[in-house]
Design a protein around this ligand. Structure first.
Ligand code: ADP
Length: 427
């Protein structure tokens, strides 16, 4: 038999997270499932790449309890679509069950509802979000590692006067590039990957805009109540709390407006209360503050200007645009809205590029890449569009194609036309 290096002897193997999502109705202890999955992985000599790992049919226990086993983010390690071979990999198994509850309404009162949302993590609402967000390679993984390192430093009691770091993340860039979604997805991922350390995770989303609307004269009390609640959670060291503040620049702007007298003073008190509370909160070890901003210049708010993790999130690159449109097309094929008799799976951007460079344009083989090639064209025409607009294009294109039964080639051509129109309307 071929000699395969023993992973225990190989000290430079790669850690890959294997995420195991339990069925809603499963009551199996997480640890039992974890061990069963580890045994299953040991038995398989499979390669590791992003996607689902099928559960063997004869494994009754896993089939009963597990909804899916999934790997994401191996692309960080594997270049150019290479796969990781099993002996290079040390799988780290994370077992979790999704919380079914939507945004919490505990802090009731109609006003409260629109200024704060809270979710227990991992939540069904954010399931699949991380995978659906497409950026240049390594961006998401970098964020994940930053956050995990920050928590580790805290946990080990690294003296912040010696090595300075904090748990504040700022994502900035143009609107519609997925910043808010990425914050939520990051919180969800961390809640899954750090399950062993933090048994309970929660995300609180503060809607900064609504806080200083004149309708929120009661907001001061609500802010106090919210932070009391967050404080109670944070007191328990096994809890991990994410606080998300969207469009933080609006807080600074509101303060500025107050100074010039154009903002009602009530709302300013609320903003100030919020900022003070955030400043206090950031010293707690089990809190991560996630913020987004649509402006790229410095933001005049104490707790963000010290953010260690500042990432610029720009409009999607060609590769990302192709992958986003590809995922849209796959969804339309999955749901039967588009049909195509012999469609092989659509190649990834890199695979397509490689194939295009090796085949003659009009040879027989050229035919096999006709569809992905058209899709690539649509992606090229979409330069400058945000991820949000890209995800709307297929809808607009479908509405523009009148026929009920929609030919895929025709559809992609319409997609291109729609993209061109959207681009021409960019400011
Ligand atoms: P922002 O906070 O930057 O304004 P959002 O998080 O509200 O952006 O993004 C809106 C939607 O646009 C996301 O839910 C996602 O569906 C889509 N989107 C934006 N950027 C991307 C991307 N890079 N990859 C995939 N989808 C994206």
């Amino acid at each position: 038999s071929p000699s395969v290096p023993d992973p225990s002897l190989n000290d430079d193997y790669i850690f890959v997270s294997v995420e195991v999502c339990l069925k809603r109705e499963s009551t199996a202890p997480l640890n039992d499932v974890k061990e069963a999955v580890e045994r299953m992985l040991e038995k398989r000599s499979m390669s590791y790449s992003d996607g689902l790992i099928p559960v063997p049919q004869d494994d009754i226990f896993l089939n009963e309890n597990v909804k899916r086993i999934q790997i994401s983010d191996t692309d960080e390690w594997a270049e150019n679509n290479e796969v990781l071979l099993f002996w290079q990999v040390k799988p780290i198994v994370h077992v979790f069950q999704l919380s079914e509850e939507g945004p919490g309404e505990e802090l009731s009162g109609e006003e409260m509802l629109s200024s704060f949302n809270e979710w227990d993590l991992p939540s069904r609402e954010f399931d699949g979000m991380w995978e659906s967000l497409i950026y240049e390679s390594g961006l998401k993984q970098r964020l994940l590692r930053y956050a995990a390192t920050a928590l580790l430093f805290t946990e080990r009691g690294v003296n912040p006067c010696v090595i300075s770091w904090n748990r504040i993340i700022l994502l900035h860039g143009p609107p519609g590039t997925g910043k808010t979604s990425l914050c939520k997805a990051l919180a969800q991922k961390l809640s899954i990957r750090l399950k062993d350390r933090y048994s309970y995770c929660q995300l609180v989303e503060v809607n900064a805009h609504s806080l200083f609307s004149k309708w929120f004269s009661e907001s001061g009390k609500l802010v106090a109540k919210l932070f009391q609640k967050i404080q109670d959670m944070v007191d328990e060291e096994n809890n991990l709390v994410f606080v998300l503040i969207d469009e933080v620049e609006s807080l600074a702007a509101a303060r500025q407006a107050a100074l010039s007298g154009s903002e009602p003073s009530d709302s300013i008190r609320v903003v100030n209360a919020l900022l003070t509370q955030m400043d206090k909160l950031k010293s707690w070890p089990n809190v991560i503050i996630l913020t987004t901003s649509n402006i790229t210049c410095a933001i005049d708010i104490a707790f963000v200007d010290r953010a260690d993790i500042k990432a610029y999130i720009g409009p999607p690159t060609l590769q990302a645009r192709y992958q986003i449109l590809r995922s849209c097309l796959e969804e339309l094929l999955r749901t039967g809205i588009l049909t195509y008799s012999k469609l092989p799976t659509l190649p990834s951007y890199l695979t397509l590029k490689e194939r295009l460079s090796t085949i003659e344009k009009h040879s027989d083989e050229g035919k096999s890449v006709e569809i992905p090639r058209l899709l690539l064209e649509a992606a090229e025409l979409s330069e400058g569009l945000s991820g949000r607009t890209l995800r709307k294009l297929p809808f607009l294109a479908h509405a523009a194609v009148a026929n009920r039964k929609c030919d895929i080639i025709r559809f992609i051509q319409t997609l291109s036309e729609t993209a061109s129109r959207e681009v021409s309307e960019l400011p």
